[in-house]
Write a protein that binds this ligand. Structure first.
Ligand code: ADP
Ligand code: 5GP
Length: 226
């Protein structure tokens, strides 16, 4: 007796599954890597959240981006950023090495494309901590990325965090706060928002982990194309 069709049938290549109507599905158990764009105004806690995510054993890759900004005390070239001169940054641009680039708070920043492509090809999740302009470019140039916005509960809380961090001059802080309002207006274009409430860092990390978990459980997950 012929076996009854239980729903999804394996295709000839065995690398894909077809639903009864012929749509391609991810085989149960197969893992599609995520491309996560993580944005939010300066000082909201993006670095703190992602550092903690890694410390808790997240197996994904956080891309080290390039910048013309001067290193802050304690920042290491190749670890926190690839610190580059204006000329070196321009060379990277001319050689087509950057997936996107933008001027943020008076300095240039850009995402090296090669590590993003390599990690995704290996099946590793990739997270880009970039500003909202960069997010727009990634949205236009890639497919299948997930956009997560980290928001403060109020702009007052943001000022407080920038002051406590103490890494920026008063002029830089003013510029970052001016840009924060513009960045907050971009929130509507993101898939998820996490409010990083004062002294509730654990909640933010739990929410980010929940988002990553839910995205990995999608039935028809789309492999990001970069
Ligand atoms: P970003 O990377 O978004 O610019 P940081 O991660 O450098 O921001 O965080 C800015 C400051 O805010 C740091 O001093 C950090 O310790 C602090 N911070 C981050 N999250 C919280 C939170 N939930 N409550 C209180 N302080 C926080
Ligand atoms: P900071 O100078 O505080 O480290 O970063 C300033 C802003 O630049 C942050 O919003 C950060 O996410 C963003 N940023 C860091 N790297 C990149 C990048 O490669 N591209 C873009 N567009 N923004 C970036």
């Amino acid at each position: 007796m012929a076996e009854r069709d239980s729903g999804a049938a394996r295709s000839a290549s065995a690398s894909q599954w077809l639903s009864p109507d012929g749509a391609v599905m991810t085989p149960p158990g197969a893992r599609t890597p995520l491309l996560v764009v993580f944005s939010g105004p300066s000082g909201v806690g993006k670095t703190t959240v992602t550092n903690e995510l890694v410390r808790q054993g997240w197996s994904g890759h956080i891309v080290v981006t390039a910048t013309t900004r001067r290193p802050r005390p304690g920042e290491v070239d190749g670890v926190h950023y690839h610190f580059r001169t204006q000329h070196e940054f321009q060379q990277m641009l001319e050689h087509g090495e950057l997936l996107e680039h933008a001027e943020v708070h008076g300095n240039w920043y850009g995402v090296p494309a090669t590590p993003v492509r390599e990690k995704l090809a290996q099946g590793t999740d990739v997270l880009l901590t970039i500003d909202t302009q960069g997010a727009r470019t990634v949205r236009a140039r890639t497919q299948g990325a997930i956009f997560v916005f980290l928001a403060p509960r109020s702009l007052d809380e943001l000022v407080e965090r920038l002051n406590i961090r103490g890494t920026d001059t008063p002029e830089q802080r003013t510029l970052r706060m001016l840009n924060a309002e513009r960045e907050m207006a971009e929130l509507q274009h993101y898939d998820y928002v996490i409010v990083n409430q004062q002294d509730r860092l654990t909640d933010s990390i739990e929410q980010l982990r929940a988002i990553l978990c839910a995205e990995h459980c999608r039935v028809n997950s789309q492999r990001p194309t970069v």
